[in-house]
Ligand binder design. Structure first.
Ligand code: PCA
Length: 329
């Protein structure tokens, strides 16, 4: 005999599935895209344009809401949220996941690719491997967009690598935290969304990043110097849950892939155009923006060699093959 409760549950389930079947083919699908960086950062602006392109190409059938500033998920949680289907799409710096797989940190190997043309070559040399790793995690890579070359922010003049010793250093991935260790700094991992507060409260007094994140964090309110070391150009990845993507009809899949290709091209352009502007803004706010001294540059190069050796050891033959392919390009 069916008791009341079972019956009610079954009736409810039937009601829901009947409703699902009754949905017209033109029904809207709404997706969330948690993103890690502020709304007025080029990464987020590019994602909003991407979402608009998808919406237009699907005649409004697929609506993607971008949640910038790590407002829906914190930066280190975005990838897992997409992997587990809590969010359909996501965007974050890929190298914050280097601890899962060294290949995710290929673009933060120091001084390997420090100009945009070289960063693009390295991307081409590494893309297939990155796609494969993400695919094995149930994630489909859509596109990758760079930041600007990374430099060092401090609150005092730094003339040699040794001058960094003892500073309270903010790191954002394996490489920056290892760099802090090598330089004898007190390193603490803080993602960009929490950086303004960490600076304001004096939890950190130095970090490595782009002009973009310095600007986003109003760095001039706490720090005074920026050394343009151009150590590497890290990239953000935008990705989608693989099963969710595969369940879409072909036309919608194609619309996403086309918008992704457009967003990738646009994102690279946006950053190349804005990288210099960010440094000008830092100067306008009174910061000393300068090239590193020869002694700082050479000390930094040496630390970079150590980081490169660390990475090659972890990344093994697969990492070496990417570096070799890149160098041949
Ligand atoms: N900004 C991000 C990652 C690299 C960058 O330029 C950050 O500092 O967290």
């Amino acid at each position: 005999m069916i008791n009341r409760r079972t019956f009610a549950t079954a009736a409810f389930a039937f009601g829901v599935s009947a409703l699902a079947f009754a949905m017209p083919a033109s029904a809207q699908t709404k997706w969330n895209l948690p993103a890690a960086y502020p709304a007025d950062n080029p990464h987020s602006e590019n994602l909003v344009l991407f979402a608009k392109d998808v919406e237009a190409a699907t005649s409004g059938k697929l609506q993607i809401t971008v949640h910038p500033g790590a407002s829906l998920f914190k930066a280190p949680e975005i990838k897992r949220a997409v992997q587990s289907g809590q969010a359909q799409m996501g965007e974050v710096l890929l190298s914050i996941h280097e601890n899962e797989d060294p290949i995710f940190g290929v673009d933060v190997v120091p001084f390997l690719a420090t100009s945009y043309p070289d960063a693009m070559k390295l991307y081409k040399a590494s893309k297939a491997a990155i796609e494969k790793k993400l695919d094995a995690q149930g994630i489909k890579l859509l596109f990758m967009v760079p930041w600007a070359p990374q430099g060092i922010y401090t609150k005092k003049e730094i003339n040699t690598f040794e001058d960094l010793r003892g500073l309270k250093w903010r790191s954002y991935n394996v490489g920056t935290s290892r760099l802090g260790e090598i330089a004898g700094m007190q390193s603490v991992t803080i993602q960009a969304a929490e950086l303004p507060q960490a600076l304001a409260t004096g939890v950190v007094n130095s970090f490595m990043s782009s002009g973009g994140t310095g600007y986003d964090s109003k760095v001039w309110e706490s720090l005074t110097h920026f050394y343009d070391t151009q150590a590497w150009i890290p990239k953000d990845a935008t990705f989608v849950n693989k099963a969710t993507f595969n369940a879409l009809d072909k036309a919608t899949q194609d619309a996403i892939l086309k918008a992704a290709a457009t967003a990738e091209e646009r994102g690279w352009k946006m950053w190349q155009e804005k990288a210099g502007w960010y440094l000008d803004q830092l100067k306008a706010k009174g910061m000393k923006v300068q090239a590193p001294s020869a002694a700082l540059a050479s000390g930094f190069k040496k630390a970079g060699e150590q980081l490169t050796a660390d990475w090659l050891k972890k990344a093994g033959a697969e990492g070496q093959a990417i570096v070799d392919a890149y160098k041949k390009m």
